[in-house]
Unconditional design. Structure first.
Length: 603
């Protein structure tokens, strides 16, 4: 919820809002007060027709001190209202510190809600009154009731809510304790796995070093033998005889002289060849036990896609390939692919092993021991190379029980998601597309895998930059309302001069605001802020893009829906296409794909 959604229903009969915050946080960019309501700051009592702003949180410099908040409550008079925003998360809200002061100054809390900002997490509206006021519902509307019925409602709801919250708090404590224990166990397992991989690497290094030393010793012996053979008299005599046989006319006359010279040398050296003929092998430079390999392939492009190597079904591999680099291993080439593809994760899908056909069929069932052994070797090799080995258990564990015995770094349970291109917009409906896009798409599943491995997040491809040109406070209010009201919020808002605009609420809601060129993969042009934009606009545009793989998504005058068209009004454009500077009327002729989606669904 935005701060305006919490505040504005309580501004009836209010003519001034009094800022009594004590920290460095400015709340005026969040308020968007209607005409006739002014923001003031004074130290006088707050009564009829006024609403006081308070702030309380863990950061004293930003939210202010608790003492300042309690002192401001002393200024409340009957008829006055107040809004207090908290920097604490809702589960850690220290309301007990303010409860006694609220009661002492006759202040009744009317409505409390969570706020969607990075440094403001909750807010509560209260009123100073001499009689019990009816509470408000979830939408901020007062409930009709008289004084006694209101008291009964508050008392009953307090007892029941406290009962439910106690069990939830106990459950939360248990979950937090279990999460801490799991994290410690996982960290221990990772440390043990790291030590195991390090020990395996050291063993491999020692083994390779021993083999290298033996090979060098053998090479030295062979080189010595070759040198001895080359300097031996028998070999030289043989060479002389072969030369004379090949050229009888030229070499036969010199043969006796050569043989006599060899006999004289042998007799002079005691049967040993001369020193000039025996060359000691040159000493090899000391290189230790390390080989330095020269890599001649170089890639300067950053890795912006998840790299997956493993055992997958045909369908999963095809769906994952839209957002990741996928290499499927076979039993005969798995080790080579694991070593050469440099994957972020070695992934094994249980349904690919339990299937009745395929190269890894019956793996883990005990019916194919050769495949079980090969897969265990691949998992061990991937972990020894520092890669994360993950089992994606998308079927019952009993279908391939042997897989659970392997030393996985992580296990994911559940299906691998649904690619939007496999859905039918007419049959499944727009709501089904939105649900799959948000919760069940393959891109969402890959994001879980990327979080485990530390690889590139596929959901980064869904970031949208909004281009806007607000001219006054009204345009700023409309821009903030439309951006934060989207079910799929933009990642950044690009304006010409952000310093001169009150866009702090966007920044607080984790929407980047800056000048210059956009950085998100997709761009939406919102320079016309007078246009009404539904809250599903960006969500529907991204659903259509992910379904079609198009470069541009927009509307057509004929209200074409989920169809490729030669021309349209662009509403979502790939940033790389905008960077080329190509005129929009030539996009289709240049080979770029334009996809139309209907602007509004029929009622």
């Amino acid at each position: 919820m935005r701060l305006t959604d919490l505040l504005h229903p309580h501004l009836d009969d209010v003519t001034s809002v009094v800022d009594a915050t004590g920290g460095g946080l400015r709340l005026d960019p969040y308020l968007h007060l209607p005409p006739g309501v002014e923001l003031r700051r004074h130290a006088e009592p707050v009564g009829e027709g006024e609403l006081m702003l308070l702030c309380y949180g863990p950061d004293l410099a930003l939210h202010g001190a608790e003492a300042d908040c309690l002192a401001a409550l002393e200024r409340m008079r009957p008829g006055g209202r107040g809004l207090i925003v908290f920097g604490h998360p809702g589960t850690d809200l220290p309301y007990h510190r303010l409860l006694d002061a609220l009661v002492a100054h006759r202040c009744q809390v009317l409505h409390a809600a969570a706020l969607g900002y990075t440094h403001l997490h909750a807010g509560a509206v209260f009123a100073c009154t001499e009689e019990l006021l009816p509470p408000h519902d979830w939408f901020g509307h007062p409930l009709p009731a008289d004084g006694f019925a209101t008291a009964l409602r508050i008392a009953d709801e307090y007892v029941l809510a406290d009962f439910v919250s106690r069990s939830q708090r106990a459950r939360l404590i248990d979950l937090e304790r279990a999460a801490e224990e799991t994290a410690r166990a996982l960290e221990t397992a990772r440390e043990d796995g790291l030590a195991e991989r390090l020990a395996a690497a050291l063993r491999d290094k020692d083994q390779l070093s021993a083999e290298l030393r033996r090979a060098r010793e053998r090479t030295g012996v062979l080189e010595s033998r070759v040198t001895m053979l080359e300097g031996s008299t028998s070999l030289r005599v043989g060479k002389a005889l072969v030369s004379a046989a090949r050229s009888p006319k030229r070499r036969a006359a010199r043969l006796p002289g050569e043989l006599y010279g060899l006999w004289r040398q042998r007799k002079a050296k005691g049967g040993r060849p001369s020193g000039a003929q025996v060359a000691a092998p040159a000493p090899e430079p000391h290189t230790g036990d390390r080989f330095h390999l020269s890599h001649r392939a170089l890639s300067v492009a950053p890795r912006d896609r998840l790299v997956i190597t493993g055992v997958l079904t045909d369908r999963t591999a095809a769906d994952f390939a839209a957002d990741a680099v996928v290499s499927r291993v076979l039993p005969h080439d798995g080790r080579l692919l694991v070593e050469r593809t440099d994957p972020d994760v070695f992934l094994v899908q249980s349904s690919a092993c339990a299937a009745q056909d395929g190269p890894w069929s019956l793996t883990g069932t005990g019916l194919a021991p050769d495949l079980d052994r090969r897969l265990a070797e691949l998992v061990s090799r991937a972990r020894s190379l520092g890669r994360v080995a993950v089992l994606w258990r998308d079927g019952p564990a009993s279908s391939a029980p042997g897989l659970s015995l392997l030393p996985w770094d992580a296990v994911l349970d559940g299906d691998t998601g649904t690619a939007l291109r496999r859905l039918d917009p007419v049959t499944d409906g727009r709501d089904r597309l939105r649900d799959v896009f948000v919760q069940d798409s393959t891109r969402v599943r890959l994001a879980r895998l990327a979080a485990l491995t530390g690889g590139p997040d596929p959901l980064a491809e869904r970031r949208i930059a909004v281009l806007a040109a607000p001219r006054d406070a009204t345009d700023v209010a409309r821009l903030v309302a439309q951006a934060l009201g989207q079910l799929h919020r933009p990642a950044e808002v690009v304006v010409a001069d952000p310093a001169g605009l009150a866009l702090d609420e966007l920044t607080a809601a984790s929407v980047a605001v800056h000048a210059g060129p956009p950085t998100a993969p997709w761009v939406a042009d919102w320079t016309d802020l007078t246009e009404d934009r539904p809250d599903t606009l960006l969500l529907d545009l991204l659903c259509a893009q992910e379904y079609s793989g198009a470069d541009v998504v927009g509307h057509t005058p004929a209200a074409d829906d989920y169809a490729f068209v030669p021309a349209l009004k662009p509403l979502l454009v790939r940033r790389s296409l905008l960077d080329t500077g190509t005129p929009p009327d030539t996009w289709s002729r240049a080979g770029h794909r334009l996809f139309a989606v209907r602007g509004k669904e029929p009622s």
